[in-house]
Every structure is written in C-alpha cells, then in structure tokens.
Design a protein. Sequence first.
Length: 208
Amino acid sequence: MFSGDFYYVVCARDTGIYVGIVSGIILMLLLYIPRGKAPTSFPGIFSLILLGLTSIPIVLDAGFSSIGVWLSSNEIRLMTGLFFGFAFSGFLSLVFFEIFTRFSSFSRLQRVRLFGEWWVLAIYMLMPIAVWAAILYLIRYFFYISAVSVFISIWFGNLVLILALNRNRTRKNAALAACIAIFSTAAEMTIVASLRLLLSSYLKIALF
C-alpha cells in the first residue's frame, strides 16, 4: 500500500479486508442494537447472492494480476479488499449478536433475519465506497489511524471475553479477566511500537 512516493509495509488488499471486517461489524451493531433488534439468522437468497457478488472482484483482480493479464492499482486493491471484508463481516456479525443475546442486558433484543430490511442492505453495500474514499483522504495519517484501530479491535474482543467470564462471578474468573486485560494491553503496545519502528525505517522519518 502506498501514498504518493511513500510505501507502507502493509498490503492494500489486506488493509481493505481488515478495515472492512471491523467497520462492517461496528455498522451492524449501530444499525440493529439501537432499534432493539439482533440478526441471528442467515440472510435471504437475494442478500446471499449480492454478498457473494461483492466477493468476486478481489478474486478476479488478484487472479488476473498474478498471471499478468491485468495491472491492478493501489486504489483497486483497497476497494476489492473492502468489499470482501464487508461481505465477510456480515456473517461474522451473526456470531457477535449470538453472544450478546446470551446476556441478560441484551436478551430482550428481537431476533431477526440478517439484512431482512432492504434499506439496511443498501447502507451496508454503499458503506465500502464511503470507507474507501475516507481511507484515501486520511492515508497521510495511516500510522495513527492503524494504532487506534488496533486498540479498539483488541479491547472489543476483551469486552466480549470479560462479559462472558463475568457471567459466573468467581474469583478465578475475575483474575482471568484481569490477566486478559493486562496481557492484551502489553500486546497492543508491542504491536504499535513495532509498527512505528517499521514505518520509520521504511519511510526514513521519525514518527512520534
């Protein structure tokens, strides 16, 4: 992935997939939970076909590029990765909603079919384009955005694990939850520090 003459030590497709998965799950939570709903069943055949079609561009782009038929660009790689990540996050969000509905605070959520409403699917399909444009505009702040993304994604996983452990309130589970928080913080700091060193060495600039 690159911006101007600067090359980042990450793959544009991988960046798109990762950002698409994280953004897609967050979007699903925002579209359903405030309305008291939780999608816990697979979407209809039309939605499945549409999600499947959005996964085809990354296969074609990578395949044709690898055999020399097509010369892909940074923007196309990022876009195809975003569409694939968003398509995958739709199914991955079913797991998160299934976990949330097991807790008493979320048990009252109405269980519905994923993408059962056309406008939800429309927003979900248009969001990769908005995220793509935002990334291309904010790429100059790539390091800082990626650092924040690491913190948010890891602590989101921590929240799910800690809530699951606290269902049975015992000293053992409380200690385990504390260990998860401590070790994940250390992992975050290591990842961010390593990323800063790599970017500094490749870009020949100091990142503070």
